[in-house]
Design a protein around this ligand. Structure first.
Ligand code: F0G
Length: 351
């Protein structure tokens, strides 16, 4: 039978690989584009969710990582390194296993979700917790890759962006054209850069008739692009986007300006409300950072910025299982019952 071959094989002619390139893949991509009924009703639009938590390691990072590790292997690297708020490191660790490479990861101490730490550990990565934030980790990773024989696989590595642009291709392939608006969470700003590039390439050769407006959302405590200056001590419960000085800052601004879009902020409270709405009303369990796109769409709708009747895609970037603490926190404790149908029925309100 046929199965999705992974983003490099599916889009080989649009990616920087040669005919003999040996591809390192976990068959990432091909993720669901799910119609969002409640969000559509609330906005008067046709809203879809691009569910990137369905990737092999549970986030969109796999699209870029298949390219980065494929390239590193082609160049003979034996070890790779990344700085990460958790998802990049989980992905790098898994793809490094496939390639038979050593993987080193630098994470901000105490600020990465348990599931992501578990992934890096179980895939056998060498983990250093850095006494600093993500921005410090990235500085350190860059320095190490310049001085020592280890390939950097953060999105400052341009082939990562190339891999990630395939998500835009999939959306156009599915919908027949680009949406009117594309909404994303913004952290290090690689993904908004990648989508804009993907939409641009499809528009340039006529595969798509148009490009969307790009709307990006940062967490209020970590919103350097909104503030117009780096944030020294970024904070947010959405640890994946707890970033004060994004590496792809200028590219994100270009995506915003060239598309006629905007980059705004959402509070942690708005993020958590969207997180719960996605899970309880749409049946889609994402991690808090991913809910920033949906929180942003709802904020924009409340501000009257959303014209009804548009087609809107929100990328939800990572799986809710990565960071289950937020699902459990504040939820009522399940009650315990004896093995007795009547007692169980009563507790369930069936009796
Ligand atoms: N959503 C999730 C779940 C993420 O893990 C990230 C970034 C983003 C959104 C933001 O994407 O950085 O391209 O603007 N995570 C990186 C990491 C920083 O290390 O895993 P971005």
């Amino acid at each position: 039978g046929h199965q999705w071959r992974g983003v490099i094989e599916e889009y080989r002619d649009r990616l920087p690989v040669g005919p003999d390139t040996e591809v390192v893949t976990l068959r990432e991509g091909g993720t669901p584009l799910v119609p969002a009924q409640v969000l559509s009703e609330r906005t008067g639009c046709e809203v879809h969710l691009k569910v990137e938590g369905a990737n092999p390691t549970g986030s969109f990072k796999d699209r870029g990582m298949t390219m980065a590790i494929t390239r590193a292997k082609e160049e003979g690297a034996q070890a790779v390194i990344c700085a990460s708020t958790g998802n990049t490191s989980a992905s790098a660790a898994a793809y490094a296993v496939r390639a038979g490479m050593v993987c080193a990861v630098l994470v901000p101490q105490g600020k990465i979700a348990l599931g992501k730490m578990g992934q890096a550990l179980v895939h056998g990565a060498k983990i250093l917790q850095v006494d600093g934030n993500f921005d410090d980790c990235l500085t350190l990773a860059r320095g190490l890759s310049e001085k020592y024989p280890v390939a950097l696989v953060n999105s400052v590595n341009p082939v990562r962006i190339e891999g990630q642009k395939t998500a835009a291709f999939e959306i156009v392939d599915m919908l027949g054209d680009a949406p009117d608006v594309h909404v994303l969470p913004v952290g290090n700003a690689g993904n908004i850069t990648a989508y804009w590039r993907g939409y641009g390439e499809y528009a340039a050769d006529g595969t798509a008739a148009r490009r969307p407006r790009m709307w990006g959302f940062q967490a209020s405590g970590s919103a350097p692009i909104v503030r117009g200056e780096p944030v020294k001590d970024p904070h947010t419960i959405a640890t994946a986007i707890r970033i004060g000085n994004p590496a792809s800052w200028e590219f994100a601004e270009a995506a915003r300006d060239e598309s006629g879009g905007f980059i705004d902020e959402v509070t942690d409270r708005q993020i958590l409300a969207a997180y719960r709405l996605l899970a309880s009303r749409e049946g889609v369990f994402v991690e808090p950072a991913s809910a920033a796109s949906v929180a942003g769409l709802l904020k924009a709708a409340e501000q009257g910025k959303v014209d009804p009747g548009q087609r809107i895609v929100c990328t939800v970037t990572g799986n809710g299982l990565k960071d289950p603490d937020w699902a459990v926190a504040g939820a009522p404790q399940p009650v315990t019952v004896p093995v007795d149908a009547d007692a169980a029925a009563e507790r369930l309100g069936l009796a």
